[in-house]
Ligand binder design. Sequence first.
Ligand SMILES: NC(=O)C1=CN([C@@H]2O[C@H](COP(=O)(O)OP(=O)(O)OC[C@H]3O[C@@H](n4cnc5c(N)ncnc54)[C@H](OP(=O)(O)O)[C@@H]3O)[C@@H](O)[C@H]2O)[C@@H](O)CC1
Ligand SMILES: Nc1ncnc2c1ncn2[C@@H]1O[C@H](COP(=O)(O)OP(=O)(O)O)[C@@H](O)[C@H]1O
Ligand SMILES: [K+]
Length: 491
Amino acid sequence: MLPIISGEQVQQVDASYCSTEKISSLDLMESAAISFVDWLMPWISDCNKPIYIFSGPGNNGGDGVAIARLLKYLNQTVHLIYMKEVADCSQDFQDNFHRLPNGISVSKFDVWDGKIEKDSIIIDAVFGVGINRPLEGPYLSLIKILNKLGGLKISIDIPSGLPADQAAFGTVFKANHTATFQFPKLSLLFPEHAELVGELHILDIGIHDHFLDKFERGHFYLRQGDVLAFHRTFHRFSHKGDFGKVLFLGSELGKSGAINLSGYAALRTGSGLVHIAPFMEDPFRMIPIVPELMLYQDSSKTSLNQFDAIGIGPGWGMDVDKDYFQSIFARFKKPMVIDADGLNLLAKYPELLKEIPQNSILTPHLKEFERLVGESANHLERIEKASSLAKANKVIVILKGAHTLIALPDGRKIFNSTGNQYMATAGSGDVLTGMLTSFLGQGYAPENAAICGVFHHGLAGEIASKSKLRGMIASDIIESIPDTFIKLNVL
Ligand SMILES: NC(=O)C1=CN([C@@H]2O[C@H](COP(=O)(O)OP(=O)(O)OC[C@H]3O[C@@H](n4cnc5c(N)ncnc54)[C@H](OP(=O)(O)O)[C@@H]3O)[C@@H](O)[C@H]2O)[C@@H](O)CC1
Ligand SMILES: Nc1ncnc2c1ncn2[C@@H]1O[C@H](COP(=O)(O)OP(=O)(O)O)[C@@H](O)[C@H]1O
Ligand SMILES: [K+]
């Protein structure tokens, strides 16, 4: 898995890579600039919009200068505005500055006329991971001007002003796209920075992952190439029992959709037998959304041992009696999935946290998380609280949202790469519960179930949203689950 390195360590990674590969830091900057320009090609190949590049004094600014040169070679109209006397800029900035070809309009910010043509492309290379204090003076004035402009605005590595590992302080450039090098900086994954980062793109500049491994500090980014290793494989002689028998407890009157969605998602994820137990006086009156789902009546006296995994909470309501709720932890000792009102009940009866079977998976969205652990000042604090909750109770906490976090009991924190905004639709979380429970029931280790569940859920959302966009509903995500296995060639 791709380690997420701290901003402070980026320079050490660069130095280690350059000395091992016997290249200069200028060569590395060139690879970064080439990968950026390659990535930019679709936006510039059939139009000749003016491109304005704003370069600060460090190596982020140096990237901007190298990119200006490469874009000029591609016959683009390039304006380069730099901020500080060239002699006071980083060495690699200076070296690139002296290589600039003719035909680029180059101005220092304090004498620049301030004109930006309509429909220009704006490239922010003011500060990268080296930002160490809030923007002020000319930097602040520039970013304020740029933030008022429309059009295509792209940040190189990180929006200028945003620290790599902390919540934003002060004014930050607002990008529509951020093209970050090699790995996502932690702060690019915070929901409160969504408006600053825009769409996130990770550009490979050639540094092998194992150079990053030496600097890892327990934060990882989960990509498609990583997921296959976490899957179980089945063979021709596998039978229904191998694929697991699972149960969902939830759905009070009026919310019958919730465990129906979880159950249906479990079937599409590969479960052999799926039961749903609505929290209703006569559960057998509910009509399952697909005939493959079986109805079940649960009571605090019934054994749950026959099931390989259970998922509790979707649509349950808060009328669930404490004794009955507690009885579930006594009747089912294997890892389970706890979602929605299951989490709200834990927030109501926090003394029961200690009774949850080890390695169970808790799936709060931000509000449910707040009910469990209180308010957080920012996402960094939330990440730490999720990790503490996981460690203290030996459970896996899946903090849902864009870049869902999987906090493991051993302290590792994994951020997901799949999914999109169209997944913010009713029942999408119930689908995730179904998928996670299904993987547990298929005998996946809880950590692997969490990783596969979160990744495939996001991927199913991406696939379904291609044709549905804003009209996508949770059932569409379920229908796309099989395509995720096909895409990853998981047999
Ligand atoms: N492997 C990779 O990832 C690669 C990374 N590369 C690129 O390098 C970038 C990191 O470069 P960097 O270390 O030079 O930092 P960067 O942000 O450009 O400048 C910081 C300078 O600005 C200053 N300063 C700080 N805050 C300030 C403020 N508020 N207001 C005013 N000044 C402020 C501070 O100096 P100070 O004034 O504190 O002495 C510091 O010298 C990285 O993001 C990526 O784009 C690629 O080239 C190659 C591969
Ligand atoms: N912008 C987004 N990007 C990626 N995934 C998202 C986004 N918004 C929501 N999701 C995913 O959709 C699901 C929503 O879950 P939840 O809020 O519990 O929905 P519900 O309660 O309606 O079932 C989560 O898995 C979350 O990660
Ligand atoms: K930048």
